[in-house]
Design a binder for this molecule. Structure first.
Ligand code: ZN
Length: 176
């Protein structure tokens, strides 16, 4: 069950008694950002759970992704280590959320926007630009000064992709 910290469900029930439209329905930005955080919870990565959602100009979701191994590889077959030789760390193997969202679309996402829990890295940025993503909406920019992210920012700017930060108004909390 999804519980919202601002008690949206309770307000929703109260609003059912009204004939007025709900004033607190989620905005598209809030909705897709929350979806990005939700799909991130599919990730098996013990350190970082990232999610991404691609939507078209009609606000229809056409792709979802989270960080994990390439398809068909068992979770236990590769390391989640962050230190050591590259071949013994997760960095050599993990497919990022943004790239997975692109791979998981059944349509070419030309002109679409992508919602990401994290600012995309330079490698994902290349993929996003190449498939025609026109807007990137991210929440967290914790890698801001790392070279791959600096390069990513530069490419997005040069390619004319709109980038903006969105801070969700609600905190997604999953409870059993
Ligand atoms: Zn990436």
């Amino acid at each position: 069950m999804i519980v919202w910290n601002n008690s949206v469900l309770v307000k929703s029930l109260l609003n059912k008694m009204s004939t007025q439209p709900r004033p607190d329905a989620l905005s598209w930005d809030e909705c897709f950002t929350q979806m990005a955080f939700l799909i991130a919870q599919r990730s098996k990565d013990p350190a970082t759970q990232a999610g991404a959602v691609i939507v078209d100009d009609q606000n229809v979701v056409i792709g979802l992704g989270y960080n994990g191994w390439p398809r068909g590889i068992a979770i236990a077959d590769l390391p989640w280590e962050r230190d050591g030789d590259l071949v013994n760390t997760k960095y050599a193997y993990v497919v990022h959320a943004e790239e997975n969202a692109v791979y998981n679309t059944s349509l070419l996402p030309r002109g679409c926007r992508i919602y990401c829990t994290l600012y995309p890295c330079g490698e994902c940025v290349k993929a996003l630009i190449q498939v025609g993503i026109k807007e990137v909406i991210y929440t967290n920019d914790k890698h801001h000064d790392e070279p791959i992210w600096v390069a990513g920012r530069k490419m997005l700017e040069l390619a004319g992709v709109t980038v903006r930060q969105y801070e969700p108004q609600y905190r997604l909390k999953l409870e059993k």
